[in-house]
Design a protein around this ligand. Structure first.
Ligand code: TGC
Ligand code: FAD
Length: 392
């Protein structure tokens, strides 16, 4: 039995939180781990797991039951993300995008009609969504986006532009698209739109050649005179603040998810080290490998405590985006280090898809970059502590 939980964090979780975590743990063991290496090599997301994810209440798990969601607290939601990413960052990404980046904006900025129309079907996995914020020239700085939605005299809209690096872009039935609605270059009137992906003028093209997050669809979206009814607008979306609020939700989940990837790598390395005999004894008996394992488990315990406390703050309604940045930045960073060290401990076997370390190592490079790069979170924390913005 691995000794990952050296601080008995389990004991401060509620019975419900443990039950939620354990059910997703079993799902990942039974349905994800046996197949993920194959999907990763083939560069495909394992779509057949979506109905069971929905059944387990994974999509929008922290949104209210009245919209068909599980209504769980934020710690349970985080534990779900942890367990999914223990399987693969692509699987956690699928759930993050669906819940935090598509269902959340509909919940937070949508009309009652939009919520009733979309949220139950998204919770049940009947409708899959994607989130289009990034553009090819506006990644870290989405405020410069050039995608435009122009309002017609009858209240309908016409959308033109393109988005890049969009998770689930080619699988989604709806896209949440962020666009400017005014004419000037300095325009800050960013609004969100629910765009059915079968609307004429909407195209999604898969991005090929990825060496990271291979078990996840990533696409470019192109909008050419896409005509949208007035009801496509998310009425309460207002400015860049709205998509950034969605990012706060997704970054929160990533702070937990990265811990899951780190646990997978550590436990794999520990088991391997205990069994692999070299120079007449298990390599885990050598001081150098023990230092590796001690560093890994120490960082995992610290990252879990950070995620858990953040979750409790979120449940209390007092967490801040800067606290989320700190946790995303730290936990993804330690997970990338742990994945690399685990891969090294495994020797040649560490480069095989049969083991998880190298897959996690490559995946975590995307996680390090998306949802605000490590550098951007450094600057967000820098601004919080100095009161000086590096972005102005
Ligand atoms: P700035 O002037 O700082 O902010 C504009 C308004 O937004 C407010 N705000 C936030 N609100 C909630 N949560 C946050 N995290 C917020 N950050 C800022 C802010 O208070 C302000 O409000 P108001 O009322 O005064 O207007 O904006 P800026 O243009 O200077 O940008 C700041 C910066 C660089 C930090 C921001 O642009 C940023 O975070 N950039 C990174 C972009 C990013 O993370 N993109 C992610 C795209 S989605 C994705 O990667 C999905 S991956 C798939 C998966 O998750 O699996
Ligand atoms: P850039 O912004 O060009 O950054 C390049 C480098 O410059 C980075 O090292 C960065 O840290 C650094 N840099 C930038 N600005 C500064 C600064 N001010 N000071 C110091 N250094 C700086 N986006 C979506 O909207 N929806 C999605 O579903 C989505 N899914 C994604 C899936 C994957 C697999 C990947 C890889 C990306 C995804 N993204 C998505 C896009 C992601 O959010 C962006 O890649 C990210 O925000 C960074 O933008 P960029 O790649 O353009 O890098």
């Amino acid at each position: 039995m691995p000794t990952t939980d050296m601080y008995n964090i389990d004991s401060v979780l509620s019975e419900e939180e443990r039950a939620v975590r354990d059910s997703i743990h079993r799902f990942v063991d039974d349905r994800v781990l046996p197949v993920i290496g194959k999907y990763y090599i083939e560069g495909r997301f394992p779509k057949e797991i979506v109905p069971q994810m929905a059944e387990l209440g994974v999509f929008g798990a922290n949104l209210p039951e009245e919209y068909g969601c599980a209504g769980l607290n934020n710690v349970s939601y985080g534990l779900i993300m942890q367990e999914l990413e223990r399987g693969d960052s692509g699987v956690r990404s699928f759930a993050s995008v669906q819940g935090a980046l598509v269902m959340y904006p509909i919940y937070a900025f949508g009309s009652e009609e939009q919520k009733r129309r979309y949220l139950p079907k998204m919770a049940s996995g009947e409708i899959i969504g994607c989130f289009g914020l990034t553009e090819s020239d506006y990644g870290s700085n989405p405020s410069g986006m050039i995608t435009r939605a122009r309002e017609k005299s009858d209240g309908s809209w016409v959308l033109n532009g393109a988005k890049m690096w969009i998770t689930n872009g080619s699988t989604a039935q709806v896209a949440i698209v962020w666009a400017k609605t005014g004419d000037s270059k300095e325009d800050t009137s960013i609004r969100g739109f629910i765009v059915p992906t079968n609307t004429p003028g909407f195209k999604a093209k898969d991005q090929k050649g990825k060496l990271s997050l291979r078990a996840s669809d990533t696409s470019e979206l192109v909008f050419q005179d896409v005509r949208l009814p007035a009801e496509a607008l998310l009425p309460k979306s207002a400015g860049l603040r709205s998509p950034l609020m969605c990012l706060t939700q997704a970054r929160y989940g990533i702070a937990w998810g990265a811990v899951g990837a780190a646990i997978a790598c550590y436990e794999e390395a520990l088991a391997y080290g205990q069994n692999r005999v070299m120079f007449g004894k298990p390599i885990a008996g050598f001081q150098l490998q023990q230092q590796r394992l001690a560093d890994m488990v120490t960082e995992i315990v610290k990252a879990q405590l950070l995620a858990l406390h953040l979750g409790r703050l979120k449940d209390a309604g007092t967490f801040t985006p800067q606290q989320v940045s700190l946790a995303k930045r730290n936990n993804v960073n330690i997970a990338t280090d742990i994945a690399r060290e685990a891969r090294r401990l495994l020797g040649a076997n560490g480069i095989l898809a049969e083991y998880s370390a190298m897959r996690h190592m490559a995946n975590l490079e995307s996680v390090y970059t998306y949802e605000g790069t490590h550098d951007i979170h450094t600057l967000i924390i820098g601004q919080a502590v100095t009161g000086l913005s590096a972005f102005e």
